[in-house]
Design a protein around this ligand. Structure first.
Ligand code: ROI
Length: 160
């Protein structure tokens, strides 16, 4: 079983509902169990500011799927929920990212693990540290030390 962290984000069409739907879809994945999910956090958009705030969370799953199969399965969930790619770093209905896959380091053209932006994203690091505070990110250090290095954080947990 691989221990995998998935980042979830949405800022369109009732983001809380989109995250809840995505978690239900994750629970239906073959050879996969959802072990833990963080609180939902409201966050300021990274990228263009003329878009709604995001809702973000992180889930820990155990899976027998390979990174490739999991990536395809996540893209499938995004399509099912109706994601349409809009502008670069723009608004999105649902975004599901593989953040960490055990302690593997992968740099394929279509998949980079650990996620390339992980160290700079409060909306990933803070929910991740809520569910797995001792996590070490390969080549980058502990989640706690990365959080301490963030310039700013505009993140607050929201009621479920
Ligand atoms: N900003 C926030 N706060 N949360 C996200 O999930 C998110 N996702 C993105 C971009 C547009 C880069 N900014 C984001 O893909």
């Amino acid at each position: 079983m691989a221990r995998v962290f998935i980042g979830l984000g949405s800022n369109l069409s009732d983001p809380v509902r989109q995250l809840k739907r995505a978690i239900e879809h994750l629970k239906l994945l073959e050879k996969t169990s959802v072990m833990r999910c963080s609180s939902f956090y409201c966050s300021k958009p990274q990228g263009p500011q003329d878009q709604p705030d995001f809702v973000n969370a992180v889930c820990l799953i155990d899976t027998l799927l390979s990174p490739e199969r999991l990536l395809l399965a996540l893209q499938d969930i995004e399509q099912t929920q109706g994601r349409v790619k809009q502008r670069h770093w723009g608004e999105r209905l649902i975004d599901l990212d593989i953040l960490l896959f055990d302690d593997r380091i992968i740099s394929w053209p279509h998949l980079t693990i650990p996620h390339s932006e992980i160290a700079h994203r409060d909306f990933v690091l803070v929910p991740l540290s809520e569910i797995a505070p001792d996590t070490v990110i390969p080549n980058m250090g502990t989640v706690t030390s990365l959080i301490a290095q963030l310039d700013n954080s505009y993140l607050y947990p929201i009621q479920p």
